[in-house]
Design a protein around this ligand. Sequence first.
Ligand SMILES: NC(=O)C1=CN([C@@H]2O[C@H](COP(=O)(O)OP(=O)(O)OC[C@H]3O[C@@H](n4cnc5c(N)ncnc54)[C@H](OP(=O)(O)O)[C@@H]3O)[C@@H](O)[C@H]2O)C=CC1
Ligand SMILES: CCCCCCCCCCCCCCCC(=O)[C@@H](N)CO
Length: 324
Amino acid sequence: MQDSRFTLEDQVVLISGGSQGLGKQFAAKYYRETVNSKIILVSRGAEKLISAVDEITGGKVDAKRLDFDVEWSERDRIGYIPCDLSDRKDVARLFDVLAAKKIELSQVLACAGGSTPKLFRDLTDVELEAGVKMNYLTVLFLSHKVAQRFPRCHLVLFSSETSFFPFIGYAQYAPLKGSVKSLTSILRQEMPEMRISCVYPGNFDSEGYAVEETTKPSITKEIEGASALISCEECCNRIVRWLHRGYDDITVDFIGWVLMSTDMGLNKHNNRSFLWFVQLLIGTFANFLIVPIYMLFCSSNIKKWHKNQDKGLLKKLQAPEQAQ
Ligand SMILES: NC(=O)C1=CN([C@@H]2O[C@H](COP(=O)(O)OP(=O)(O)OC[C@H]3O[C@@H](n4cnc5c(N)ncnc54)[C@H](OP(=O)(O)O)[C@@H]3O)[C@@H](O)[C@H]2O)C=CC1
Ligand SMILES: CCCCCCCCCCCCCCCC(=O)[C@@H](N)CO
């Protein structure tokens, strides 16, 4: 646990992925529940950013696009900057704009990310590349600039429960969320003065989630069924509550906490997560007894699923019209 208390008030917060889903939810929370905090939304699409600002402010404030030639005054509370955070030049420009406007970030929430769940073979190379860019490069370049320019800033990174348990359907996504987890550990050792939190959400209902559901294989849905879908608002509130209580390795549902306990590894043996010592004990016990049984059950379900897929394929080949 770090000493710097997390509050929503009196902050200058940059939220990546702020145009929709969890990022927008966070932005709305800062806007509605504080008087002084300033919010900067960043994502690629300018139109989505404008409508997010309109929605958050109830259309009462003109959505201000921050740039070198734009006035940013003491009274401004919310602004947006369109930026592809996976493009290092775009990120450098974003930070130059902040410097030109003398904006000192005190918190950064790296919410940008998303997945295209499909079997590895069915993914295109474009989708694979998008997974790396969206889930890893956005985090990497943003964290890097924050570390260099705002060494006192509280950095909040967003990984996923899939980083504790990577499973079928998430080849385009889970490895990158695992990378975010790994990066978190290294940054904490290199910059002990910086508060760095990492959130590992389970399923929550966002625009991105709705899209991923359309391509998600049934076996993926079956396995992740253990993480009950919660609303974006609930997810955001739970994260804020944990951050406020001083925790930095954050899960938002019980199964997430259990999964984290099986993955304490060489970097989580400290007091950054809720009941970390209990997690250590439960994790040791679970890894010893429950995980092997679960994995037997899981592998057998996956095998069954593959068999059914093959049967379906065979039927289609034999009688393509009827199988439609
Ligand atoms: N929803 C879920 O069930 C879960 C989500 N998570 C993670 O939580 C975070 C928030 O998820 P969610 O609210 O569902 O996300 P959404 O998919 O709803 O929104 C993603 C946001 O990221 C932005 N974005 C994507 N690529 C870039 C880029 N290259 N540069 C800048 N912005 C970008 C998008 O805007 P634009 O396209 O305009 O750039 C959008 O604002 C993500 O990191 C996600 O992986 C983790 C576990 C579960
Ligand atoms: C002790 C052994 C217990 C084993 C239980 C296993 C249950 C696994 C549940 C995993 C849920 C993962 C949700 C991922 C959400 C996500 O990241 C996507 N929505 C992408 O956006």
